[in-house]
Design a binder for this molecule. Structure first.
Ligand code: FAD
Ligand code: NAP
Ligand code: SF4
Length: 666
């Protein structure tokens, strides 16, 4: 059997989970749409895909604890009936589902937020009200009520959210808990609330119900919990009646990335491995685990009893089924980009997935068999072309996929060369494996012309982009980002023109000098100041970044700070990574001339010459429309997608989404 540890059942006493895979909690925004059929289908399709246990997005136990005003929860009989639809559909599909109870405490985006003490969070505009004794009692009662309602709604259990800096976590640390009553002061007092919550939840729901507690293993904030406290809490939570200990890494306000693509895979699993022998209930590991191989290895190494993966189930609902049936290469990989999931969530949009536009759109975007089988030519094997080809083939069309280069992937083959973007290798490999599995004919290594396309029923042009010509005097002495990423020699003083996604990536490539800390977890921890919580409270130490390989200036014309247009949840990581390497990021720049002396610029009316020996152009892109124009002239109708359609603000998310939606209706 493949993955014998991962696919082994887990006996929880009253119930046996069919494998060791947990779909971790994700806020998708689906519940707030009020379309419960859509919510049910989201979870049911993952249940059909074979996951052992799922945890829902966080449900508020009361209004003051909701992450934002109007956050979903089990407040009425109607809420219970709606969620019944979800649990019934999951159970019919052979799945198990627990509801997460999430009290946000001072992270609630509301002036009504509450916490241990009136200590405002750096990531919230609202100072919390310090709860009095009656207020604390109300919060406990509300959490317990939410658990009993979850049972009424047909859930198999609840997860009590105690990590990531939310309400229960806030009581544990002196940084937020300044109380002097029985809920503050000594650690025994500070941990009273989470332990009491679990004890009362267990008492209320009985023994035939899963109670998961999510514990913070490393807070990554100053004066966070130390390791002895984590262990003390874990033991007390077990004694209070939890069935499973799930683990969380870092508070939301921590300035250390914990799930972004540049975080090494399984970067924090060593902490779960350390906790596991301290308790006798199963321990779940999490964070940056995205392949069955890695999950299996962690279980085989006894680092955990179960593995939590959340975003990987947005990327592929059939993760477990494909692993179990020997088709792991066809699992669409979560590349940890956050572009369509967390970036959406934090912009008030519905969650989806860059590699799977059907995520959270299961009832709306379907790839049904086509009524008429057509022959389709897809020109350009970047993400747009490959996704169009895959969806068309899935629907029964005969597809030929062309590319002028001898490889599939388009610009993704450049993205994967950037340090911290190693996950793009997996994305290209998945596309290639899926193209083969779908029986798509590929014709690579030759530019395609009009005559090659006359005999097809439909033509899709996905020829991508070409670099924009910024028209700077002397630019013939500069390198393009294409040349740099393909290994052109670069000097010791470099100016990067253009601070978009590619400018930032190129700057990271240049300062890394061939050493990616993502591939070197110990160096990554030093770089971001991740220490051992057994030695320093919260596990936070002084960052010790590796010296940059060269001096880099990163420039843009807009007068704002470079990097404002980067991903909502990842932009700060890119900015911090470059700051650590001494990159000088300048806005409001006019480019006057590139010469042997360097790059002459003007800022605020003042001219200066940056003494650089290399200038790299990352000034954006324009559509590669040559073929599309030739087809139009020849009177051949074609669908133009991806960068070939609109290059402005193009990313792989838009390219893939547009491709899937087009191919779904051909
Ligand atoms: P492309 O990927 O450009 O593919 C076009 C394909 O068409 C190419 O393979 C080309 O060879 C082929 N072609 C062109 N003309 C012809 C012809 N006449 N005949 C045959 N074949 C032809 N996006 C993100 O969302 N997230 C990221 O983190 C990210 N990082 C990036 C990092 C770098 C360094 C780069 C360069 C890009 C990055 N992008 C990222 C952008 C993303 O890769 C592009 O938006 C995406 O690849 C565009 O897809 P596409 O299919 O339209 O075009
Ligand atoms: P981009 O994000 O549009 O950035 C282009 C940069 O060039 C901007 O900084 C722009 O700033 C500058 N510029 C534009 N016209 C110029 C001109 N005529 N002369 C000089 N500078 C000019 O494009 P990109 O960096 O090429 O990235 C392409 C796409 O790939 C982006 O849309 C991006 O979303 C995607 N991508 C995403 C990521 C990611 O991590 N999510 C990473 C890489 C790429 P000024 O106009 O202010 O000078
Ligand atoms: Fe993973 Fe990116 Fe998809 Fe989010 S959008 S699930 S991070 S691949």
């Amino acid at each position: 059997m493949p993955y014998p540890n991962l696919l082994a059942p887990l006996d929880l006493g009253h119930i046996t989970l069919k494998n060791r895979v947990l779909m971790g909690s994700m806020h998708t925004g689906l519940e707030e749409t009020g379309d419960w059929n859509r919510v049910a289908e989201f979870y049911a399709s993952r249940a059909r895909g074979g996951v052992g246990l799922m945890v829902t997005g966080g449900m508020a136990p009361n209004r003051e604890g909701g992450v934002f005003p109007g956050a979903a929860g089990l407040f009425s009989d109607a809420d219970i009936q709606n969620q019944r639809l979800v649990t019934d559909r999951v159970h019919q599909a052979g799945g198990r589902i627990a509801m997460q109870i999430l009290h946000a405490g001072r992270y609630a985006y509301s002036k009504d937020c509450v916490s241990a003490s009136a200590v405002k969070s750096p990531i919230s505009p609202f100072p919390p009200t310090a709860l009095d004794e009656a207020g604390i009692e109300k919060q406990i009662t509300d959490i317990v009520t939410a658990a009993t309602r979850a049972k009424l709604a047909g859930y198999d259990g609840v997860e009590v959210m105690g990590s990531e800096g939310y309400f229960l976590n806030q009581f544990l640390v002196t940084h937020v808990n300044r109380r002097t009553d029985r809920w503050g002061g000594s650690y025994e007092n500070r941990m009273r609330l989470p332990v009491e919550v679990v004890r009362r939840v267990r008492a209320a729901v009985g023994t035939d119900f899963i109670v998961i507690y999510r514990i913070s293993l490393i807070d990554l904030i100053p004066n966070g919990s130390n390791w002895d406290e984590v262990v003390l809490l874990a033991k007390a939570i077990e004694a209070a009646g939890a069935s499973l200990l799930n683990t969380g890494i870092g508070w939301h306000e921590a300035r250390v990335p914990t799930i972004a693509t540049s975080v090494p895979r399984a970067a924090f699993a060593h902490l779960t491995a350390r906790l596991r022998p301290e308790v006798s209930i199963p321990v779940i590991t999490s964070n940056r685990i995205n392949t069955p191989e890695l999950a299996e290895a962690l279980l085989a190494d006894r680092a955990a009893d179960m593995v939590s993966m959340a975003r990987p189930f947005l990327a592929d609902p059939d993760f477990v089924a494909k692993a179990a049936s020997g088709h792991a290469a066809e699992i669409a990989p979560c590349i940890a980009c956050n572009q369509a999931c967390l970036d959406h969530t934090f912009s008030g949009k519905l969650t989806s997935c860059l590699v799977n536009p059907r995520a959270c759109h299961e009832t709306l975007l379907n790839f049904d068999q086509a009524a008429v089988r057509k022959s389709l030519a897809v020109v350009g094997a970047g993400p747009a072309g490959m996704m169009a080809a895959l969806v068309a083939a899935k629907r029964g069309h005969r597809v030929v996929l062309f590319d002028k280069t001898d490889q599939l992937g388009g610009q993704l083959n450049l993205a994967k060369l950037v340090p911290g973007k190693e996950e793009f290798h997996g994305l290209v490999d998945w596309f290639a494996a899926s193209v083969t599995a779908a029986g798509i004919e590929t014709r690579l290594g030759g530019t395609v012309g009009v005559e090659d396309l006359r005999d097809f029923d439909e033509v899709i042009v996905a020829t991508g982009v070409i670099p924009r010509d910024p028209g700077i005097p002397g630019q013939e002495q500069a390198l393009s980002y294409l040349e740099v990423l393909r290994g052109a020699p670069v000097g010791q003083q470099v100016a990067v023109i253009g601070a978009g996604g590619i400018g930032f990536d190129v700057a990271e490539y240049l300062v890394a000098g061939g050493h990616s800390v993502t591939a070197d977890p110990a160096a990554w921890r030093r770089e971001w100041g991740v220490g051992d919580p057994a030695q320093v409270a919260g596990g936070l130490v002084e960052p010790a970044p590796v010296a940059p390989a060269r001096q880099v200036w990163l420039l843009q014309r807009k007068p704002e700070k470079p990097g404002r247009g980067l991903g909502k949840t990842t932009g700060w990581i890119h900015r911090a990574a470059l700051q650590m390497k001494g990159v000088k990021m300048l806005g409001g720049v006019s480019y006057l001339e590139i010469s042997a002396e360097g790059l002459r610029i003007s800022r605020d009316g003042v001219e200066e010459t940056l003494p650089v020996d290399t200038v790299v152009l990352c000034a954006g892109q324009v559509p590669a429309r040559g073929l599309a124009d030739q087809l139009a002239t020849a009177g051949i109708a074609a669908h133009v997608i991806g960068g070939a359609d609109v290059a402005a603000e193009l990313d792989a998310k838009r390219a893939i989404d547009q491709a899937a939606r087009l191919a779904a209706r051909l």
